[in-house]
Design a protein around this ligand. Structure first.
Ligand code: HDE
Length: 703
């Protein structure tokens, strides 16, 4: 009997075989003709059927012989690789660094050699504590890692969005991370520092207090990855062509300004959109609205270093920008989303040891420890010492050496020169590469910086002993609203700590940082303030620094923000369209929101929404506009999604623009008139570019 085939309605072809049995073939999307691309095995064998495994009879057992099935399942079984121990959750993008001020007098580093020069880079931004699948918006420091593909080799600047770190010495890093990660016996909490072990450790490590102040501030709740500062943290060295050294700290500042969410908002965002930051970055880049940062340096010399009341090698300290201004020398632009998340963002391997001529390490003991850790971790995560051959990690300049073999070797070196020195050239054979004393990397010769260099000491310098002054500097440099948030955050976190002695110990440190801070947190917890801690070194009062406050530097711009326009049955279409245009004219995104996503009958036709009301809570937006008829507003008063929409916008101190018809909804949730509650004209556009912190005491009780 001949085989015959017919197509079913859903596109499945059923073939009648010789024995009367039927075979199903589901067509590949856009079924290929000869000459186009075909499915093959990993070894190039073309597949005839990607739907059925090889069976002994149509209802019989699957055969071990089916190497195609085995290869496919085998590869799938091993799709996951170990996630990063820290910074597991991250998003990345390609971009470039452009030099805007050349600084050859300071450094011979290739990216800074001439104005207009562009160096390609890859950037990955991450949370620290949570797993790979955890939410984007926990209270956490953010990783901000840059890999510059320079012509002199890859330079990795593996920084954070906070300019200081928890610890001074790498030997404490595993303890810190164990303490913040989910507790060992119970496996929770995920992506949270509000638990016993973190605060127990922190309270016994006063060197962490400065960083704790930052992490309890709004810095740890970024509105967007595009709205975060970046810092290299450690002091590095610049070396110029004459071999002269200066110290340098790296900074990069978002063109959109630093912006944060409120805690209650961040918690709600994590439910409404766990991918809030990743989606935001993806949306901006794919829309051509490329995230951008100004890149700058703080440069200083040994004499300055020696004159400071802290040690510039201590990663728990910053250098106030008022003392050493940040000199802007370039910009970073992220203009291309990776083609494949796993191949690039997951497999990218940053190494603080990747430096280039013109840049060198300092003796910061934290940095020194990192020089070991990252190379080591890539081997266990990516499984091979050849991780540098993965395209996202490979240098984009020539690379030659005599390192050979290893798992997953993809280079095919020719000839027999795999050692050096060799004289194979004399026999007419390939001799391989040679060292270059003139342009090759040389470590800076550090003379005289370390006065006990001839001894091996497990000792921390006396100059690292002051743990309170900069925590105080940070707290006292904040606006009142920002101080309120720090008090609320610490009170919240300590309320989640069950160990009462740990709560008291933390407050004893806070009292040294600032008496008012300690007293307020004690009141928030409902405890008597304990005795203040005894510092190893008494803190000093440093002049406050406006650069440390987000709100003092607030750019009040609508650019890069997202404004929601809520409409419903009978709304004025022309008004909605006018408003949308005006918002977009300011460089923001306007999102139309309605009870039904596919369209609502409005005055002047129908209108499709970008988001359905219940799925687009106002926590996903920076400001909201309500364009409603009175009848629709009254109906929405009974819809929890609508009342939460307005109540949260108000509670999160956002601008609410509205027409007269929307008033019943505002009244229902108790919105009171203030500067941020406006009509729908220009006053709304102005209001939408900021938050209204004066409203906060009306909606939140502060300790
Ligand atoms: Fe990291 N850190 N770290 N770290 N770190 C890692 O490397 C480590 C530190 C930072 O997007 C790991 O590839 C030690 C400071 C970022 O892939 C690991 C010490 C700063 C990223 C590691 C530190 C950072 C990492 C985990 C103390 C800010 C993510 C996976 C000496 C300047 C990079 C990996 C990315 C990742 C170790 C301290 C930033 C385990 C031992 C300080 C942004 O190697």
């Amino acid at each position: 009997m001949d085989s015959s085939s017919k197509k079913t309605d859903d596109g499945i072809r059923i073939t009648q075989g010789h024995g009367g049995e039927t075979h199903q073939h589901v067509p590949h999307r856009g079924d290929h003709q000869d000459g186009e691309s075909h499915l093959t095995t990993n070894h190039g064998l073309r597949l005839s059927d990607n739907q059925n495994s090889l069976r002994a009879g149509s209802r019989g057992p699957t055969l071990l012989e089916d190497f195609i099935l085995r290869e496919k399942i085998f590869h799938f079984d091993h799709e996951r690789i170990p996630e990063r121990i820290v910074h597991a959750r991250g998003s990345g993008a390609h971009g470039y660094f452009e030099c805007t001020t050349a600084i050859p007098e300071l450094t011979k580093a290739a990216p800074f050699s001439e104005v207009g020069k562009r160096t390609p880079l890859f950037c990955r931004m991450s949370t620290v504590a949570g797993s790979k699948g955890s939410k984007d918006t926990p209270r956490d420091v953010r990783g901000f890692a840059l890999k510059f593909y320079t012509e002199a080799g890859n330079w990795d600047l593996v920084g954070n969005n906070i300019p200081v770190f928890f610890i001074q010495d790498a030997i404490k890093f595993p303890d810190l991370i164990h303490a913040v990660k989910p507790e060992a016996d119970r496996g929770f909490p995920q992506a949270a520092s509000a638990h016993d072990t973190f605060w127990d450790f922190i309270s016994l490590m006063p060197e962490s207090l400065h960083m704790v102040m930052w992490v309890m501030s709004d810095r740890a709740l970024p509105r967007s990855l595009r709205m975060m500062d970046g810092f290299g943290i450690h002091t590095f060295r610049f070396i110029n062509a004459d071999g002269e050294m200066s110290f340098v700290k790296f900074h990069w500042k978002p063109v959109l300004g630093v912006q944060s969410t409120l805690w209650d908002e961040a918690v709600k965002i994590s439910g409404a959109d766990p991918d809030f930051h990743r989606r935001d970055l993806w949306e901006a880049i794919t829309a051509g609205d490329y995230p951008e940062w100004e890149f700058g340096v703080q440069v200083f010399d040994q004499a300055f270093a020696e004159a400071q009341p802290y040690d510039v090698l201590d990663a728990t300290k910053l250098i106030p920008e008022e003392e050493v201004p940040v000199q802007i020398i370039g910009r970073i632009v992220l203009d291309r989303w990776p083609d494949n998340f796993f191949a690039e963002t997951e497999q990218v391997a940053f190494l603080p040891s990747n430096i280039i001529p013109g840049i060198d390490f300092s003796n910061d003991p934290l940095l020194q420890g990192r020089l070991f850790s990252y190379l080591d971790t890539q081997k266990s995560r990516l499984g091979t010492t050849n991780f540098h051959q993965i395209p996202v990690n490979a240098p984009q300049c020539p690379m030659h050496n005599f390192q050979r073999d290893g798992m997953m070797q993809t280079h095919i070196p020719t000839g027999r020169a795999n050692y050096e020195p060799n004289s194979l050239a004399e026999a007419g054979e390939e001799a391989g590469p040679r060292e270059c004393p003139e342009t090759g990397f040389t470590s800076f010769r550090n003379t005289g910086e370390n006065n006990d260099a001839n001894q091996s000491l497990r000792i921390r310098a006396e100059s690292f002993a002051d743990h309170y002054s900069q925590a105080r500097l940070f707290y006292r440099s904040q606006t009142e609203a920002e101080q309120n948030h720090i008090v609320a955050a610490i009170t919240f976190e300590l309320s989640k700590v069950d160990l009462e002695h740990v709560r008291r110990r933390v407050v004893s440190h806070l009292l040294v940082i600032d008496e008012g801070l300690g007293a307020r947190v004690a009141a928030g917890l409902g405890i008597e303030p304990p005795e203040p801690a005894t510092p190893a070194k008494a803190p000093v009062d440093m002049p406050t620094s406006d650069a440390l406050s987000i709100l003092k530097r607030d750019k009040k711009t609508l650019k890069g923000r997202k404004v929601g326009i809520l409409f419903a049955e009978g709304s004025d279409k022309a008004e909605i369209e006018r408003l949308k245009k005006a918002i977009e004219g300011e460089g923001a995104t306007a999102m139309l929101i309605a009870p039904q996503v596919e369209g609502v009958g409005v005055e002047g036709g129908t209108l499709k929404a970008d988001g359905q009301l219940a799925g687009t809570p106002s926590v996903l937006l920076d400001a909201v506009a309500l364009v409603l008829t009175e009848a629709a507003a009254k109906m929405l008063c009974d819809d929890g999604a609508a009342t939460d929409f307005v109540k949260d916008a108000y509670g999160h101190l956002k601008a609410i623009g509205h027409n007269a018809g929307a008033q019943p909804l505002l009244d229902k949730v108790g919105v009171k008139a203030d500067e941020g509650v406006t009509g729908l004209g220009d006053e709304f556009l102005k209001a939408a570019a900021q938050r209204f912190f004066d409203r906060e005491p009306k909606v939140h009780q502060m300790p």
